[in-house]
Design a protein around this ligand. Structure first.
Ligand code: ADP
Ligand code: ADP
Ligand code: MG
Length: 673
């Protein structure tokens, strides 16, 4: 076994590899870019070397820099993870030349499988079944058109050097072929520096089923069973599971053996995945081989109880495979969900920003025998940058069977809390509990076909969520020293022995304004009596802190609700019953009136810049009239009149920088009529 391994990657996979190194007593070396100096993978490795700028091309893709780092630290081997240099034959060759072991297959195997077209030709000669199509050398547009016409539409155009779904174009009819070919070639050339294409018959409602294979340097090769990765968006995996549901023993064995045959055909060594596409009748066809560890490898680890990174290290250091085919068994069922910083309702656009609050279900990282596992490359306070894949974590569950795993996954997703970037957590939950996914009725069109249900607006009950937000607000405003009387920041009317306070909210992501009226009546002889009026209903109301940070227990009407509220400025993120809603407190009177004196203070809700002054001193304005616009963090924020009145002195002008809480202008509030 090696003494020290350099991990030429970042994020969760670098952390994942480091965990196995640690368990085996192997030293680990991280590399990092400017953007990752404080990243988790740097913290978990024994040593770390800076390799360049934030862009991958200036750091994680710099072959000489990474080889230099390995040599400088005395690492004997390099683990490339996935993505980046993992399938780069020049990198594998450079490692070899520098006397470093590349933890992956031989250069020839990477190169044989690197071109989908060449790989298919090879598989054909190894009698591995192929999707009907054209993968020849001839690339003349007229020839390609003729081939497509011959196989019948729809067809799928793929970049031969492709990956990550890039370049793929579905062509519905002959007339569309020429322009699809141009756009496929254009994307292929810019993404992979190679515009060779191949054509496949576009299969209807297929499944993506892949087989994990492993081979050693002594001629042994086994399959570690299958995974179903049919749930995809834009040809990218979203949920993966092992074993693939509904395969007969015969099909399972036939696929496993075909995958091993594929690996043997290229003298494969190490971990690899043979991807098949499967039709409804159980026919399967070779699609491509990924010559590296796959993102979804944990589901295989969970059902086999094996650490695949350990196997990689053992095989790379020359040991034989730890187990033979007949010693390998599947136990139970595992599902993985990829939690991304992205916006499903906006075409899965990546989202960036600081993870201000990050709470994942209780789990042990990389454990093989538990029920919930989280592989993550970020911690609370870390930032999802635009430079790399916006994955936050992989959530993996194991159950005794698929139904058990489904329940655990649904529950675990409901325990995830993220404040900062948008995420796909709710979307993942919807898929997991959807009828087709629950029934194991899987195919690659699942997300599109169930678009209406999966993307429907969320219907979280608002009363309990708002009650939690009100509890957090009343606690904050009542309990913190503001240098003023605790209740001054809230709109209130005093009565003897009690208060009535108006709490104005806006549902974040909408224009919906919601008014909650809190009453506290402690008139003589009666116990402290609190009520909350919401949506026209007056309910008894009380709250206390839960036993964890941000936790509240709220009594509203006859309900007792447990939830958590993460407060970010005036935005209250409520996590309740597995749902999350954010409400912004409309801090009206904090900016405004001390009504008794008929004079108002309007203060900046955040540090920023004044970008517009909309009124002049002396102007008479109505309640809600826009007075001044500020900008902070590229977001505009309009300061409105908290009540009708007359504008007094305006204390800043356009372009001025103001600090949080600074008074912006003075207002004479009209006494209520
Ligand atoms: P998997 O089957 O393991 O999910 P993917 O093809 O989805 O494999 O890609 C795995 C990782 O590699 C992802 O992080 C993806 O962004 C990255 N990746 C895949 N292909 C490329 C490529 N051609 N260039 C850069 N990154 C890629
Ligand atoms: P990549 O290198 O981008 O992973 P693949 O060839 O593995 O490309 O295909 C990615 C996905 O596209 C598959 O998982 C499957 O969902 C879909 N796909 C690929 N080939 C076909 C086909 N012939 N018919 C229908 N869908 C296909
Ligand atoms: Mg693929």
């Amino acid at each position: 076994m090696f003494n020290k391994v350099l991990i030429a990657n970042r994020g969760e996979i670098a952390c994942r590899v480091a965990a196995t190194c640690k368990r085996l007593g192997v030293g680990s070396v991280a590399v990092y870019s400017d953007a990752d100096a404080g990243a988790k993978h740097v913290a978990v490795c024994d040593e770390a070397l800076h390799v360049g700028g934030a862009a991958a091309s200036e750091s994680y893709l710099r072959i000489e820099k990474i080889i230099g780092a390995a040599l400088a630290t005395g690492a004997q081997a390099v683990h490339p993870g996935y993505g980046f240099l993992s399938e780069n034959e020049d990198f594998a060759r450079a490692c070899e030349k520098a006397g470093l072991v590349f933890i992956g297959p031989p250069v020839e195997a990477i190169s044989a499988m690197g071109s989908k077209a060449a790989a298919k030709a090879l598989m054909q000669s190894a009698s591995v079944p192929l999707v009907p199509g054209y993968h020849g050398d001839g690339q003349d547009p007229a020839l390609l058109q003729q081939e497509a016409d011959g196989m019948g539409y729809p067809v799928l155009l793929k970049a031969s050097a492709g990956g990550g779904g890039k370049g793929m174009r579905v062509v519905e009819k002959s007339a569309d072929f020429a322009s699809a070919l141009l756009s496929c070639k254009r994307e292929a050339a810019s993404s992979f520096g190679n515009d060779r294409v191949l054509i496949e018959k576009y299969l209807q409602r297929p499944r993506h089923v892949e087989v994990q294979v492993f081979a050693d340097q002594h001629g042994n090769a086994v399959y570690l069973f299958d995974r179903d990765c049919s749930v995809q968006r834009r040809h990218q995996k979203v949920l993966e599971e092992a074993p693939a549901p509904g395969l007969s023993d015969e099909v399972r064995r036939a696929m496993g053996e075909a995958a091993v045959a594929a690996a043997r055909a290229v003298n494969y060594v190490g971990a690899g995945t043979v991807e098949f596409i499967m039709t409804g009748d159980g026919q399967f066809y070779f699609m491509e081989m990924n010559t590296r560890l796959q993102v979804e490898h944990p589901v295989t680890e969970m059902v086999t109880g094996l650490d695949l990174v350990e196997w990689q290290l053992r095989v790379a250091s020359g040991e034989p495979l730890p187990l033979s085919q007949d010693q390998l068994k599947v136990g139970g069922h595992a599902i993985e969900a990829r939690i991304y910083a992205e916006n499903p309702s906006r075409g899965f656009l990546p989202s960036t920003g600081t993870l201000k609050h990050l709470r994942l279900p209780e789990a042990v990282e990389f454990q093989l025998n538990g029920n919930v596992r989280i592989d993550s490359g970020v911690r609370e306070g870390d930032t999802i940058t635009p430079f790399y894949d916006p994955m936050i974590a992989k959530l993996i569950v194991h159950g005794r069977d698929r139904d058990d795993a489904l329940l655990r996954m649904a529950l675990a997703l409901k325990q995830c809390e993220v404040v900062g970037p948008s995420t796909n957590i709710e979307f993942l939950h919807r898929i997991v509990v959807s009828a087709p996914f629950s029934a194991g009725d899987l195919d690659t069109g699942l997300i599109e076909r169930h678009h209406d249900t999966l993307f429907a607006p969320s219907e979280v009950p608002k009363t309990p969520a708002l009650a939690l937000a009100c509890a957090a607000l009343l606690t904050r405003e009542g309990g913190e020293a503001h240098g003023v009387s605790p209740w001054d920041a809230l709109s209130h009317w005093r009565m003897s022995g009690g208060y009535t306070q108006a709490l104005n909210w806006r549902l974040v992501g909408s224009d919906d304004e919601i008014l909650a009226v809190f009453t506290r009546d402690s008139t003589s002889g009666r116990a402290d009596n609190k009520q909350l009026e919401l949506f026209g209903e007056t309910l008894t109301f009380d709250w206390s802190h839960g036993d964890e940070p941000h936790a509240f227990v709220v009594l509203i009407g006859d309900k007792r609700i447990k939830g958590r509220v993460f407060v970010d400025g005036d935005v209250f993120h409520v996590f309740y019953a597995g749902a999350s809603l954010a409400f912004e407190w409309q801090n009206l009177l904090a900016h405004a009136a001390d009504a008794e004196h008929g004079e108002g203070r309007l203060t900046a809700p955040m540090p920023g810049k004044v970008i517009a002054v909309l009124v002049e001193a002396g102007a008479v304005v109505e309640k809600g009239a826009p007075l001044l616009v500020m900008e902070a963090m590229k977001m505009e924020h309009t300061i409105v009149a908290p009540a009708g009145g007359t504008v007094g002195e305006i204390l800043f002008s356009v372009g001025d920088q103001v600090t949080d809480g600074a008074q912006l202008l003075v207002m004479e509030v009209q006494p209520a009529k």
